[in-house]
Design a protein around this ligand. Structure first.
Ligand code: MG
Length: 407
């Protein structure tokens, strides 16, 4: 309380209205303890890896720069973020919630309920947390409630599930040898040109054989998850969930498309196979129905799409009230990945975090200055301020999307 004794402050406060009091508390309490920053600019760049990944930088008048990342639905994100510039420049980046909510509510008529708008907002929000952590000298997990675990369990997305592939067994063993305790395979085939997704008996058999092949090849202690990518109709989704019961999967992911929560619930109620969904659901508002209808055993919000770090924390907390574990979807670079780890460290109901870069190892290992962040199937959460990693610009820029601006 600069310049005011405790007694004189409260004597003065007694004569003030509530807004005046709030302002007085801020003015009296903050100068010594709270950094003062203003946003001066926001910039973007695109990297092509798993898909188009949108990298976001927030610049401040104190020289602190925050880095964030958005994914999948981010193709139009650079233009969307540029349109928010007037709402960002001059703002205090440490008031993450206020900046985020102002932008979200200002876009109610522009699609701010989901899709590219929320995805771009996720990348921006992560950059704001990076600024906040760096300005305060704390890792982001500390600002999200502190950590409940030191190590983040990583599961490996693998394409080595074809019994006829002569290298598949060896590659699955390599994943096991790398220390992963869980992996996931995709059993849908035919995108993007297929329209009719009702599976024939032959296709059902093919999918079951692929799951059996992986289950028999890897150690029983390694969990196996299976993704149907939200393409199939009810009849196929329900049949597959039943057929896969003997394999005791970690989960079956999006056996039907994500839009109809009642359909997801019907499948969940029809089977012992745990049902997982959420990578194509946005914000708390999108997940509310999933919980209320008991439509999923496990949820997998994509933290670079669903609204960002704090929004993911809030979704996880909603899940926790329904005893639902969280296994975030994640396909981004080590920048977004470590940002996701900050949330995974802070939530009690974390299960496993996706990793999708086994076919892009060279880029993965060089993308940030800290090098490889996964060790024996786990990420140890660092105590560095912010999200904890910095882009190796020379390496990252080699995968810049052609025809796009670089920050
Ligand atoms: Mg999926």
């Amino acid at each position: 309380m600069s310049g005011l004794s405790r007694r004189s402050f409260f004597t003065a406060a007694g004569a003030l209205s509530l807004p005046q009091l709030s302002h007085a508390v801020q003015a009296a309490a903050s100068p010594y303890r709270r950094p003062k920053l203003k946003i001066t600019d926001v910039r973007t760049a695109y990297v092509g890896a798993h898909g188009p990944q949108l990298h976001v930088r927030v610049l401040t008048d104190q020289g602190v720069v925050g880095q964030g990342e958005a994914t999948d639905a981010a193709t139009g994100g650079a233009a969307i973020i540029a349109s928010w510039r007037r709402m960002l420049v001059g703002q205090d980046p440490l008031n993450v919630e206020a900046v985020w909510e102002r932008i979200r509510t200002s876009g109610i008529f522009a699609g701010a309920q989901s899709g590219q708008y929320v995805t771009a907002l996720s990348g921006l929000e992560i950059a704001l947390w990076d600024v906040a952590g760096k300005a305060l000298g704390l890792p982001v997990y500390q600002l999200l409630g502190g950590k409940v675990r030191e190590k983040i369990r990583v599961y490996c997305d693998s394409a080595n599930h074809h019994p006829d592939d002569p290298l598949a067994k060896q590659k699955l063993k390599e994943i096991e040898d790398m220390g992963f305790t869980a992996l996931k395979i995709d059993i849908d085939e035919g995108a993007p040109f297929r329209v009719d997704w009702t599976a024939s008996n032959d296709e059902i058999d093919r999918m079951v054989k692929e799951v059996a092949f992986v289950r028999e090849t890897v150690n029983k202690k390694v969990d196996v998850a299976v993704d149907m990518h939200g393409r199939y109709p009810m009849t196929t989704g329900k049949r597959m969930a039943k057929e896969l019961e003997p394999f005791k999967l970690l989960w079956l992911e999006e056996p039907v498309p994500p839009e109809n929560i009642d359909a997801m619930r019907d499948i969940r109620e029809s089977t012992k196979t745990p049902i997982c969904c959420g990578e194509n659901i946005f914000l708390r508002h999108g997940f509310r129905e999933v919980f209320e209808k008991r439509a999923a055993d496990i949820i997998m919000p994509d933290i670079q799409k669903c609204g960002g770090l704090l929004e993911a924390r809030k979704i996880a907390d909603m899940a926790h009230a329904y005893y639902v574990p969280v296994a975030p979807h994640c396909v981004v670079s080590p920048i977004g990945y470590m940002a996701s780890c900050q949330v995974c460290a802070a939530i009690p109901n974390f299960l496993a975090l996706e990793w999708h870069w086994i076919s892009r190892l060279a880029l993965w290992k060089n993308f940030v200055k800290e090098g490889e962040i996964i060790e024996k199937g786990f990420v140890t959460i660092p105590d560095r301020p912010g999200i904890g990693v910095e882009m190796n610009e020379e390496a990252a820029r080699k995968s810049q999307l052609p025809g796009t601006q670089w920050f």
